[in-house]
Design a protein around this ligand. Structure first.
Ligand code: F6R
Length: 608
């Protein structure tokens, strides 16, 4: 988590650092800070709050200088206040250090330093690094950085300045990503590409346990033993440039409206209209491999895990391979039985989620075949996985994932179709599935056009403290996702259940004050879902139903109908989730919540 930016060149560092922090705020936004070298000293400013509010108060004269580091924080160790904000320094102010990740042996190191007379001013693990670096520095930054790598356990990315090195940044990477951006008489350090675009034309990916010494005109790379490393930089991918809201009030709104187009591109790039040709030459799994697999494990977290639940069902149903979804943070600990006949699919928008990376590591150690279903190909997981299926959903800025989620579902359905084809599964109705996939972009467009229905329901549920979401079979994961969207942006406590569970406990919660959302679209489970709806009704519960526009029965039973077009039930979850996104969005808006940056969350979770 957190975001790192460093700059050294001919321009003033402060505006570059502030802009970098702004672009990195999707990684965390509890507090922010900068340090700039000027006249033999490091000048530090750090505050709790968001960069939009903080930057106007940071004095450009006090922070004048052409070399500096900046940071935006998502708190792991210590509350988000000024003393815990980065950069951190030693007692003399000789060092300014910003940090992403976690030092796992920080308590032991802290004790050792305290025994030696060091006084700590913050609750962070990062301060340990600043003191250790300051004490190890004897004029050679690489030697001091090697000392850090030797003594610290965990995953971390660091950008460091030392008072004695006026135009130098030091970058250290273990586990967490760190990039060096190469510009003209200026170089940058950043935890991802976004703040580098527009300043750097090439980028150097730092490898594991590497150290970089960066000046305006030179970059030297070293390994943990201090030996020089030679690596060719790659050109900067300009499609990752900062994007605006295109006139929408929030990124979430813009991203919801992008879904029809993104889904169209995904379908059109993979399948012809009758489903006979499913193109997958680029994902690194050939037909023989598909025939060999005896099991597919899908791993992901949060919204991506919900996509895994759908993915497991669609792969097992269409391709007849046993498939299961496992929360990525539970995967390695469960000691799965692995081998070359198991395919592990890591599903992730960012490709940087630490939990999912660790699950993928377990898969690789177990000799399983691996595939990343990712929105960022050039990501940590993208580089580790045996193959990558790119979602091509475009940058997703809103913390609450929408377009990446529907693209994940669509990609997994396409993958299932491909696997079915490769395995020669005769029971799969390829034409029906292909038609439903082709109908998807318009169906999502129509669901979005009915925005008003969800907006009206939101005017009612905005007053709720608790909500229930119910779905069955294909839509049980839709219920989980709807509830997650609601809780993360509106702060209403929402629980999603496979509706069969209702009688086994959750029905105790049903009351007029707890709105229940039920997904009752056509399919094998419709009658049973209607049974659940009646059970809720009989207990005077308020009911919102996701149903076909012309479903009279649903209309009769519901307080509010969230209409969706009818699709094959195996593909329908991709459209059924859309009114639930809108409901969460509108509810959060009416409750005055910060939709794109909800409290306590971060877009990319790079700690376990
Ligand atoms: C919720 C949300 C999170 C992410 C989760 C995994 O809207 O976005 O639950 O889905 O943190 O992130 P990725 O997909 O980047 O691995």
């Amino acid at each position: 988590m957190c975001g790192i930016i460093g700059y050294t060149g001919n321009s003033q560092a402060l505006p570059v650092l502030i802009q970098g922090i702004r672009l990195l705020s999707y990684r965390g936004y509890d507090s922010a800070g900068v340090s700039v070298w000027r006249a033999g000293a490091l000048h530090v400013r750090r505050d709790p709050g968001r960069i939009e509010d903080l930057a106007p108060g940071w004095d450009p004269d006090a922070l004048a200088g052409t070399t500096g580091v900046g940071h935006t924080r998502w708190a792991t160790h210590g509350v988000p206040n000024r003393v815990n904000a980065h950069p951190h320094s030693d007692a003399d102010g000789a060092v300014a250090l910003v940090h992403n990740g976690i030092v796992e042996n920080d308590l032991a190191l802290r004790k050792e330093l305290e025994a030696d007379g060091v006084k700590f001013t913050s609750d962070t693990d990062t301060e340990v690094l600043a003191h250790l670096f300051a004490r190890a520095f004897r004029g050679d930054p690489v030697a001091a950085a090697r000392d850090l790598l030797r003594r610290c356990r965990g995953q971390f990315a660091l950008a460091i300045q030392h008072r004695d090195l006026p135009h130098t940044l030091l970058a250290v990477r273990r586990g967490s990503p760190l990039l060096i951006g190469l510009g003209v008489r200026e170089n940058l350090v950043a935890s991802d590409l976004r703040p580098l675009v527009g300043r750097a034309d090439r980028v150097l990916d730092m490898g594991e346990d590497e150290i970089a010494v960066v000046t305006p005109t030179t970059v030297e790379l070293f390994d943990a033993a201090g030996a020089p490393v030679v690596r060719e930089p790659r050109p900067v991918d300009h499609t990752e440039r900062e994007i605006g809201k295109d006139g929408h009030a929030h990124f979430m709104l813009k991203e919801m409206h992008e879904q029809p187009h993104r889904l169209y591109e995904l379908v059109a790039s993979r399948v012809d209209s009758d489903g006979r040709l499913v193109r997958f030459d680029d994902v690194g799994i050939d037909d023989d491999a598909w025939r060999r697999f005896s099991r597919v494990d899908l791993v992901g977290a949060g919204t991506a895990y919900h996509a895994c639940l759908y993915g497991a069902q669609v792969i097992e149903t269409l391709a007849r391979i046993p498939a299961r979804a496992v929360m990525s943070h539970e995967y390695a600990a469960a000691q799965p039985v692995l081998g070359p006949d198991v395919l592990v699919i890591a599903v992730s928008q960012s490709g940087e989620t630490m939990d999912t990376k660790v699950a993928l590591e377990a898969a690789l150690e177990g000799d399983a075949a691996t595939l990343g279903v990712l929105n960022v190909r050039q990501s940590v997981i993208g580089r580790m996985a045996g193959g990558v299926m790119d979602l091509h959903a475009g940058p997703e800025i809103s913390v609450a994932s929408t377009k990446a989620h529907t693209s994940m579902l669509c990609a997994l359905a396409l993958l299932a179709l491909k696997a079915a084809q490769a395995r020669g599964v005769t029971s799969t109705p390829y034409g029906d599935i292909a038609r439903a996939l082709w109908a998807l972009p318009d169906a999502v467009r129509m669901a979005l056009a009915d925005f008003g229905a969800a907006a009206e329901a939101a005017r009612d549920v905005r007053r709720a403290d608790h909500m229930l979401y119910l779905g069955r079979s294909w839509d049980s994961s839709t219920a989980l996702e709807g509830a997650l969207k609601m809780k993360e942006i509106s702060y209403i406590h929402a629980e999603g259940y496979a509706a069969g569970e209702l009688k086994h406990g959750p029905i105790a919660l049903v009351s007029r004050e707890v709105p229940t959302v039920a997904i009752v679209t056509p399919g094998r489970m419709r009658e049973r879902m209607l049974g659940n709806v009646r059970e809720v009704r009989a207990r005077e519960g308020e009911i919102l139903i996701v149903a076909s526009k012309d479903d009279e029965e649903a209309r009769f039973l519901a307080d509010f109908v969230l209409p969706v077009p009818t699709l094959d039930e195996r593909i329908a979850p991709i459209v059924n989730v859309v009114p639930l996104q809108v409901l969460a969005y509108e509810t959060a808006r009416l409750r005055g919540c910060d939709i794109d940056q909800p409290r306590n969350l971060a877009k990319t979770v790079t700690v376990q």
